[in-house]
Design a protein around this ligand. Sequence first.
Ligand code: MG
Length: 345
Amino acid sequence: MKLSFAPYLLKFKRPFSIAHGSRDSTPVIFTRLDHEGVVGYGEASMPPYLGETHETALSFLSKAVNVLDKFRGDDNIAMILEEVDRMAHGNTAAKASIDIALHDLIGKIQNRSCHEMFGADRTKPVFTAYTIPMDEPEGIRTRVEEAQEYSILKVKMGSSDDKKLIEEIRKHTSKNIMVDANEGWKDKQAALEMVEWLSHRNVQMVEQPMPKEQVDDTAWLCERSAIPIIADEAVKRLSDIEKAKGIYTGINIKLMKSTGLHEAHKMIVQARKYGMKIMIGCMSETSCGVSAAAQLAPLADWIDLDGPLLIKEDYFSGVKFSAGKILLNDLAGIGVIPLKTLTGF
Ligand code: MG
């Protein structure tokens, strides 16, 4: 198998603010794996706060070229990815880009879709959340209007204006809301009061309310909370689930944290064994990364895959968004086709 890759900067449609600071672009790298004329595509997305950059990913992928070359014609995904994982610690987005391209390639060689490989039913309706960023009151109204066809809104919290933001949204809609506190609440009593307040305002769940290090406080909060508490920063990979059991109600799985589809699917199986809820999320990603993640979406309880809706320019066509739902196609692999705007390969 021959691996090649090209770096891009992903620009957003509008200034996009998260608890970790404002940003208006995210580095991404697209990978492709070639084998006897068949091509698989992958994506690495590297939001700055997670520590990976174009440089670290390119350096990792350059070394991975030799590892993958050994597996020419081999379709043992688990074995190949184990060897890639062993190359270095971290680099989870770079590893995910190889995992995604490999699934896409092998799906195309076997002429079957990845959702079929994972036993996910693509006819099951998959509703995605749509992100409403922190904004001035007039802006919030516009954002809520933009989100008209989406049945669930996602709101990033963790500032002193948290209640104001929810109250502003509630002036315009009574839709379900998912709240992501991004580790923003430090005091457990205040966090519990906030969660109670939110539970009376049709908020369905709260993602990562407190810093991941505050394990006992989070367990205390989760025990008393009327709504599910979901781990994001606290659970990146399969090995983190054991520690989250009994602390969180569920986990938010993202391919860029889990090193891709192979481990993400294992995480779903493991978390279900523990009776935990599953959310599937994404970083700032194009339709390549999101179409890959969507292959697992029918297996989850909540979906937050609005990445392609928030970026200025996409580089792939893949899953479609319609009436608030994500529609998987029946193409082989992850179901993407590169657009003309994709250059550099
Ligand atoms: Mg989150």
